[in-house]
Design a protein around this ligand. Structure first.
Ligand SMILES: [Zn+2]
Length: 423
């Protein structure tokens, strides 16, 4: 069962307005071990609403923990861009706040410790990661990690045992926390008085403007605007002090918090004014987003069928949450895609929830030689293109991207292939 959320996660208002329903959707990590498991597959309503009081956009249904699949494992270290990002953050904060040997840097949902590792050259690190097997990997690799969910209670324990943190990093986790105000209260408690809270979240304005409806799934509860983040931080005793564009993963923000009493930077004011000017204090732009999403529901499969005309073949790439939502909502199944390739060995050999497409190793692309590769993990497209360079250069394969409009990507000239940049 899923419980219905009828109270705003940030401000507690009970006046929530419907934005978009994606229908009944399987939990994005419920990969089938056997194709016959499809008979007992569960689906739950997936929809988002808007709170006119605080402008927060949020999902309406909370899944029962037993319906969320725990055995799916994602290791951050498997993505070279995440590894590079860790180095970028370590260099940035070593300079910006002059981290020293005795200082503590904490990370929430720290995964296998890959972001914290480069900080160890400068200071102490401590991760909090609820997936016990992943936390164990981090501990084994020398990144001390508490295998628990973070909340205000955990924060008291961590501060007592490890001391306050000068920097707390939360990448792609704040949007996944149901009781988000309590989570940020925990951060406020763990932070030193001059500490920085570094948050990375998908930006609702980008989602709406670029029709990134596949960002919506059950475990992704919150879709933040800067105005909503500002309100959330204040509810929890922090100030939204700075905002910038993340650059990585397209369409995400870095929001930085400090303790109450700090004056926000001009960036915060600029973002807030821009959101107001574009109507994001109202539901109007979200209603437009919902209309464009409903149009894509037929446009995407029609486009893929048109590519197949004349006997061409298409395979999918990326069995991540986005791929599950996209393929299910747009009904992109076995009659369109021959298979879906994904780098995660935990997904290979299984079937995607709902559409039941077989998930295989990327090696299969070079054996089956599909004419087109439909990139469902489009947020990692640059990285995927780099990894699969031979698909374009040797097989003359073409990539297809789904949003904001389905399209074939122009083939990169060989001389323009980007070398792996080391930072
Ligand atoms: Zn609200």
């Amino acid at each position: 069962m899923a419980s219905i959320i009828d109270v705003c996660r940030i401000c507690g208002s009970t006046e929530l307005h419907d934005v978009l329903s994606l229908g009944d959707m399987p939990p994005v990590n419920s990969f089938l071990r056997r194709e016959s498991d499809a008979a007992v597959e569960k689906k739950f309503p997936l929809a988002i609403v808007f709170c006119p009081q605080c402008t927060h956009v949020q999902t309406t249904h909370l899944l029962d923990p037993k319906d969320i699949f725990e055995d799916y494992i994602y290791f951050s270290s498997m993505s070279s861009s995440v590894v590079r990002h860790g180095h970028t953050l370590a260099e940035r904060y070593a300079k910006e706040i002059a981290l020293a040997a005795g200082d503590l840097v904490g990370e929430l949902a720290s995964n296998d410790g890959c972001i914290l590792k480069p900080f160890r050259d400068t200071c102490r690190v401590y991760g909090v990661e609820p997936a016990k097997n992943i936390a164990q990997v981090a501990n084994d690799e020398g990144v001390p990690t508490l295998p628990e969910f973070f909340n205000s209670k955990t924060a008291r324990k961590v501060r007592e045992e490890q001391g306050p943190a000068r920097l707390i990093i939360a990448r792609n986790v704040v949007a996944h926390v149901p009781e988000v105000v309590d989570f940020i209260r925990g951060v406020a408690h763990w932070l030193t008085d001059d500490g920085i809270f570094h948050v990375e979240v998908p930006y609702v304005v980008e989602m709406a403007d670029k029709v990134e409806f596949d960002t919506i799934y059950h475990e992704h509860f919150s879709y933040f605007s800067v105005a909503a983040l500002d309100r959330l931080f204040r509810e929890a005793g922090l100030v939204l002090w700075d905002v910038e564009d993340l650059g990585l993963h397209g369409g995400s923000l870095i929001a930085r918090g400090k303790k109450a009493g700090t004056e926000p930077t001009a960036n915060v004011k600029r973002y807030l004014e821009k959101e107001r000017a574009e109507g994001y204090s109202t539901i109007a732009p979200l209603r437009r987003f919902a209309e464009r999403t409903r149009a894509l529901q037929t446009r995407i499969p029609e486009y893929l069928y048109s590519l197949k005309a004349g006997g061409k073949t298409i395979a999918g790439y990326g069995a991540a949450a986005k791929g599950v939502v996209l393929s299910n909502y747009c009904n992109v199944g076995k009659d369109i895609l021959d298979f879906v390739a994904d780098r995660s060995p935990y997904k290979q050999g299984k079937w995607m929830p709902g559409v039941h497409l077989p998930v295989v190793s990327p090696d299969r692309i070079f054996a089956a030689k599909p004419d087109y590769l439909f990139v469902m993990a489009w947020n990692f497209f640059d990285e995927i293109r780099e990894q699969l360079a031979r698909y374009e250069t040797e097989l003359a394969g073409k990539f297809v991207l789904p949003v904001p409009e389905p399209r074939v990507v122009a083939t990169a000239p060989v001389s323009a292939a980007r070398p792996e940049t080391k930072k």
